[in-house]
Ligand binder design. Structure first.
Ligand code: BTN
Length: 252
């Protein structure tokens, strides 16, 4: 398969029937210097797919998209890691808009993609940092495409949301095209467009909703996301709080 609409992402493309985790495998290939920036590794099935917070990523073999991209964003400082979360989320979101033009697609902070308030895609970014820069980033993406049954609670797929079956590599092509677009935007310094687009698509932005932090359950309103990726919530009590990933959970 040749991806014609990108400059560097997917020019080296490996598609495997199965592996433990595309993130782990791509990282190993990068360690062994077998791959260069932009390499895409996709697997029809993963036997140990990794999710956020140490979770397992489950996906019905051959039905969905599970892949990783190798990036070398040396133009980013270690404290700018969240910029990657932003551009990857936006790339997936914009690609999905093409296939689901009538659905509500949002980014749930920090980087889950939601369609009609249900999770359709997850992202696991694993960065290697030097003191000055992000030297390597393994961007892992799991997107539910043609799976219809046995989706986890609160999850959906492109098929469920649209009623249509899509070719997995066609969606992959659109996603890497959009990710490259946002990546190059960030690289050329157009950070404010990226920040603004992220906020424009943020799930529960400016809406009163239920959350939980170390102090317990509370109601609050998302006010924004800081430069370095902290979620800013104004509690109904008036107190303004900022959270790292894992310090706050969204409640129904
Ligand atoms: C999440 O928990 O939402 C993140 C899920 C990330 C899953 C993808 S699938 C391809 C890549 N390889 C992995 O082992 N995980 C990521």
């Amino acid at each position: 398969k040749i991806f014609a609409n990108t400059l560097f992402i997917g020019k080296q493309y490996v598609s495997l029937p199965s592996c433990h985790s595309t993130n782990d495998m791509l990282m190993q290939m990068a360690d062994e210097k077998l791959v260069f920036e932009g390499t895409v590794l996709k697997a029809d099935a993963q036997t140990r797919g990794k999710g956020q917070r140490g979770n397992t990523w489950l996906s019905e073999p051959s039905k969905n998209l599970t892949f990783s991209i190798l990036l070398k964003p040396k133009f980013l400082k270690p404290h700018q890691q969240f910029d990657l979360n932003r551009i990857i989320s936006l790339g997936i979101l914009e690609a999905l808009q093409k296939y689901l033009p009538h659905e509500t697609i949002e980014v749930k902070w920090p980087n889950d993609i939601y369609v009609n308030k249900q999770k359709i895609a997850g992202i696991l970014i694993e960065n290697t940092l030097s003191s000055q820069a992000i030297t390597q980033s393994i961007v892992g993406i799991g997107l539910n495409v043609n799976q219809f049954d046995q989706l986890p609670d609160g999850a959906t797929s492109v098929l469920k949301a649209s009623g249509l079956v899509f070719e997995i590599e066609e969606i992959l092509e659109e996603i890497i095209h959009q990710i490259e677009k946002y990546y190059l935007m960030l690289k050329s310094g157009e950070r404010s467009i990226v920040d603004q687009s992220y906020i424009n698509h943020l799930f529960q932005f400016q809406q009163m909703a239920n959350y939980e932090d170390a102090d317990g359950a509370f109601r609050g309103t998302i006010k924004g996301v800081s430069k370095d990726g902290l979620l800013l919530i104004a509690k109904s009590t008036g107190k303004e709080c900022s959270y790292q990933f894992k310090e706050v959970t969204f409640k129904r």
